[in-house]
Design a binder for this molecule. Structure first.
Ligand code: ADP
Length: 280
């Protein structure tokens, strides 16, 4: 199983969902069977009790699970049918661990966030990633995981630690992290400091983003890309510009025009990544 984690820094609503869906779609064009998981680090067990005015419409899944609209995007982009377990919330995973504790599953041990909650998160991810999601009914081979919220929040800390451990557990060539950051335009100048800071925050939490997706009002110029690569200690190819487009359905092409699949394929050691634009 290969995992692609999409996290975000600087601000929320930065486009993680769109980038996660687009990444899944591009991998699908290579013949991968893709599924997805959305992590929402809030205490609600599901989105069913949240005000649509604040959170957007609730998306009702086939099994009756009530989730964030992102799950609907994944279903549309990837041609999959997801269930309630494809959405992990803080409330859901705590409930799961507390129920186990009440049953006596931990046999007198002190139940802690690390390792019990973080193990439960990893086991949940591994189980759901293997669940068939498309009409072939076969086990997926790539799972795209979107970590909601902003990295560095107190709320997401247990998930960040679980994902850090999952990287080790998944092994080499099986885990890629795409960190989405903001490149603001101030007085017509593209500013890279928030991205440098976001990458530092990710690294101080033990994560090491492999790709930096930079959301920006306008296309990134070469000087800005080079500067981000230099200050964030990555190769230029690992910096991907994602500027504002008229329809989010253009984002997969935007990524692919920058050789995204090639870099992702190298990181995940997926062969056969020759793709023609017409296939998209
Ligand atoms: P997040 O998952 O980080 O909260 P979303 O993927 O839900 O963010 O995107 C937030 C909003 O920004 C959505 O309305 C989406 O349509 C819009 N958006 C995302 N990426 C782009 C883009 N490249 N160009 C224009 N709008 C975008």
């Amino acid at each position: 199983m290969k995992y692609v984690v999409v996290s975000g820094g600087v601000i929320s609503g930065i486009g993680k969902g769109v980038i996660a869906s687009s990444t899944g779609l591009l991998l699908k064009t290579q013949g991968a069977r893709v599924t997805s998981i959305k992590i929402d680090p809030y205490m609600n067990v599901d989105a069913g009790t949240m005000a649509p005015t604040e959170h957007g419409e609730v998306f009702v899944l086939n099994d009756g699970g009530e989730a964030d609209l992102d799950l609907g995007n994944y279903e549309r982009y990837l041609g999959v049918t997801l269930g309630r377990d494809n959405n992990i919330t803080t409330g859901k995973v705590y409930k799961h661990v507390i129920e186990k504790e009440r049953r006596g599953d931990y046999l007198g041990r002190t139940v802690q966030i690390v390792p019990h909650l973080t193990d439960a998160i990893q086991e949940w991810i591994e189980r759901v990633a293997r669940t068939p999601a498309d009409d072939t009914n076969e086990e997926p081979n790539v799972c795209v995981i979107e970590l909601g919220g902003t990295l560095g929040d107190i709320e997401s800390a247990p998930f960040v630690e679980a994902l850090r451990q999952l990287r080790r557990r998944a092994g080499k060539d099986n885990f890629v992290q795409i960190h989405v950051s903001l490149v603001p335009v101030i007085h017509d100048e593209l500013k890279t400091k928030p991205t440098q800071q976001a990458i530092r925050d990710a690294r101080s939490a033990g994560l090491s983003p492999d790709l930096i997706a930079c959301r920006c009002e306008k296309p990134l110029d070469k000087a800005t890309t080079d500067k981000i690569a230099m200050f964030c200690q990555v190769e230029t190819e690992q910096v991907i510009g994602v500027h504002n487009v008229s329809s989010t359905y253009h984002v997969p092409l935007l990524l692919e025009q920058q050789g995204f699949l090639g870099v992702l394929g190298d990181l995940l050691n997926i062969k056969k990544l020759e793709i023609s634009q017409t296939q998209l």
